[in-house]
Ligand binder design. Structure first.
Ligand SMILES: [Ca+2]
Length: 215
C-alpha cells in the first residue's frame, strides 16, 4: 500500500481540516503495518500461459537431472490440458515403466531473503494421483545456501507432505521453519514407488513466507 501525504499539502490546509487528514495518515500507517504482517508470496505456479516445455522446471532419476520435459522414459512430465485444477493446464507426472530409483520433478530455485528472526515457509498446492498407493509419492522442499549447495530438506524428513491416492483434486498444506543459512529453496514432487503405471497432477502451487508470531 503506497500512501503519502506530502507536508507541503498539509501546510495549506486550515486547522479544521487537519483532524480528518491526520486520521487518514493514521489509517495509512496501520494499513502498512497490516501489509507487513501479511504472508509474502515467494512463488506461485498455476502452469498457465507458459510454453509446453515448462521452462526452468527440472526432473531427475536417481542422480541424473534434465529439463522436466526432457524425459521420455521411465517417466514423463508435461502440461495437461485435460485435467486442470484451475485455468487450462496442470502439470502431469507419469510413471511409464517400473524403476527402483527416486523420480523427482522440481521447480526453479526460489530466492528467500535473509531475516533476523525465524523464517517460516508455507507450502500449498492441489494434487490428484492414481497408481501411487500409500506413501508412493510426496512433496519436499530442498533448502540451499548462498552458493547453491544443499543444506537440508524442510521439516527434516524426506517427505514434507505425503501425496494421498485421490482421483479428485485435494489441497495439501504444510509449514516449516527455514535453516538460518538458507538462501533459496526448490519445490519438489518425489515418486518413491517402483511400480508403473502411475500418474499424478499438481496445480496452483503457492509458497509463502509466513511472518513470525510476535507475543
Ligand atoms: Ca492451472
Amino acid at each position: 500500500m503506497i500512501c503519502r501525504v506530502p507536508l507541503v499539502i498539509l501546510s495549506f490546509f486550515p486547522m479544521k481540516h487537519l483532524l480528518p487528514l491526520s486520521a487518514l495518515v493514521l489509517a495509512c500507517f496501520s494499513g502498512s503495518l497490516r501489509a507487513a504482517d501479511a504472508p509474502t508470496l515467494l512463488a506461485e505456479y498455476d502452469f498457465e500461459k507458459i510454453p509446453a516445455y515448462v521452462p526452468n522446471w527440472g526432473a531427475g532419476l536417481g542422480s541424473t537431472y534434465k529439463p522436466a520435459t526432457g524425459w521420455k522414459t521411465p517417466f514423463k512430465v508435461s502440461l495437461d490440458q485435460d485435467n486442470p485444477h484451475s485455468g487450462d493446464n496442470s502439470l502431469r507426472f507419469e510413471l511409464l515403466e517400473p524403476s527402483d530409483k527416486e523420480k523427482i520433478v522440481h521447480s526453479p530455485a526460489i530466492k528467500v531473503e535473509p531475516a533476523d528472526g525465524e523464517r517460516k515457509v508455507r507450502v500449498r498446492l492441489f494434487v490428484r494421483s492414481t497408481g501411487f498407493g500409500e506413501k508412493g509419492a510426496g512433496i519436499r522442499i530442498l533448502e540451499r545456501d548462498e552458493a547453491g549447495a544443499s543444506i537440508r530438506l524442510l521439516g527434516g524428513s524426506k517427505t514434507l507432505i505425503p501425496v494421498p491416492d485421490s482421483a479428485d483434486w485435494v489441497e495439501l498444506d504444510a509449514e516449516g521453519v527455514l535453516h538460518s543459512r538458507t538462501a533459496s529453496i526448490s519445490f519438489m514432487v518425489v515418486a518413491y514407488t517402483e511400480e508403473a503405471p502411475a500418474t499424478l497432477w499438481i496445480d496452483d502451487v503457492s509458497i509463502e513466507l509466513v511472518p513470525a508470531v510476535t507475543p
